[in-house]
Design a protein around this ligand. Structure first.
Ligand SMILES: NC(=O)c1ccc[n+]([C@@H]2O[C@H](COP(=O)([O-])OP(=O)(O)OC[C@H]3O[C@@H](n4cnc5c(N)ncnc54)[C@H](O)[C@@H]3O)[C@@H](O)[C@H]2O)c1
Length: 360
């Protein structure tokens, strides 16, 4: 079997999910090396997952021969790593959000074009099996004509400090999780053009940790008449929640990836792990199973590896990541200015999305 050689950059939360997904579900991929911010971190990760080679830093990662570089590092490093990998002649899988600024996005897209390589945007909601079942139902006409889509992702706050630093992340929860909603609405509407964006942002639980928002509501009006409503929060206790609602003229669908997929458990003693961001396992809990599978990571990575091996166009690309970022810029500006932002919208491409809210 022809295999795609893959170099992983990052050894944190999402790198673990990519690695397990690739190892369990994508036999056509071979992780040949892993790189982290320190050699010790990379070595520990490599030994845990049976990866034969490891090292520190983005530049060193470019020295290993491979087909794909899989970028699983903080947002502010996405552009540097992606451009380096594309210039080194590799295809790239990039975690969301695409990067921090629109000028970085342009540099990444240009690098992909210049080198004739694929820039694949890892939006797993476009691959999550339950959400894909909903999309198939909609395509089949089960709910008639869709007039409203809702998507929300909520938990009580990220696990690493860099997420809370607006200079490293580009924003708060809207940047971190609103990017899923923006991408999924576009996925469901076949890339419909945005007409306007409104948003309300607030900081509820993390005032002492971040200058960014930890609770967000965003309303996107598409040119085809569909309304997308996103709720994103780092202020929601009780573990992870990711849900969608689709409203059509002839019906509707509700689906969620965590609580509705979980085992309902009552435990007086508590136990090892319930689900992502769950802070207790005592009493009644929602015990998730096949967590990464339900979220679509194996399907997403399988697809990207296939695209490389068979030279196919990915379903989700850097352009989609940029389009999601454009929506987020408009949402921050809408919240900052207290008004609806009409498209086309031309923010300062070198500013961060969150600047539109903070500067008003
Ligand atoms: N698709 C999703 O739902 C999802 C979920 C979580 C995270 N993410 C995205 O994945 C990316 C990483 O997030 P995370 O949760 O894994 O963060 P994390 O803090 O858990 O891990 C970050 C990793 O980056 C490494 N790193 C930092 N600087 C580096 C450098 N210069 N060279 C090499 N490695 C370096 C760190 O050592 C660490 O291993 C972010 O862009 C985040 O938004 C996506």
């Amino acid at each position: 079997m022809k295999k795609a050689k893959l170099v992983l950059i990052g050894t944190g939360f999402i790198a673990g999910i990519h690695t397990e997904s690739l190892k369990r579900f994508v036999p056509q991929a071979e992780i040949v090396a892993v790189f982290s911010n320190s050699e010790a971190n990379a070595e520990a990760f490599a030994k845990k997952h049976g990866i034969p080679r490891w090292g520190a830093g983005i530049d060193a990662a470019m020295e290993v021969e491979c087909d794909i570089v899989d970028i699983c590092i903080p947002n502010y490093l996405h552009k540097k790593a992606a451009v380096a990998a594309l210039d080194a002649g590799r295809h790239v899988i990039i975690e969301k959000p695409l990067c921090v600024t629109l000028s970085e996005a342009d540099a990444m897209l240009e690098a992909a074009k210049r080198n004739g390589k694929k820039l694949m945007y890892a939006e797993e909601l476009c691959f999550a099996p339950k959400y894909e079942r909903v999309r198939a139902l909609v395509k089949e006409g089960a709910v008639g004509e869709v007039y409203m889509l809702k998507q929300s992702e909520k938990h009580s706050g990220p696990h690493s400090a860099w997420f809370y630093d607006i200079n490293l992340a580009g924003g708060g929860v809207l940047m971190d999780m609103g990017c899923h909603a923006a991408a999924w609405f576009r996925w469901m509407t076949g890339g419909a053009k945005v007409k306007s964006v409104q948003a309300h942002l607030s900081t509820v639980l993390h005032k002492n940790i971040t200058g960014a928002e930890d609770n967000a509501v965003m309303i996107i009006e598409f040119e085809n008449g569909v309304i997308g409503v996103a709720e994103d929060s780092w202020a929601r206790h009780g573990g992870m929640d990711d849900r969608i609602e689709v409203y059509g003229t002839q019906g509707l669908c509700y689906a969620d990836l965590f609580m509705g997929n979980a085992v309902q458990t009552y435990s007086k003693n508590g136990y090892g792990y319930a689900m992502e961001k769950s802070d207790t396992t005592k009493g009644w809990t929602f015990t998730i199973f096949e967590e990464m599978f339900n979220q679509g990571y194996p399907h997403e990575l399988q697809h990207f590896v296939d695209c490389v091996l068979k030279d196919r166009q990915p379903l989700v690309t850097g352009e989609d990541g940029k389009a999601a970022l454009e929506i987020l810029y408009a949402a921050y500006a809408a919240a900052g200015q207290g008004k609806k932002i009409e498209f086309p919208f031309s923010p300062d491409k070198s500013s961060k999305p969150v600047d539109g809210w903070i500067k008003g």
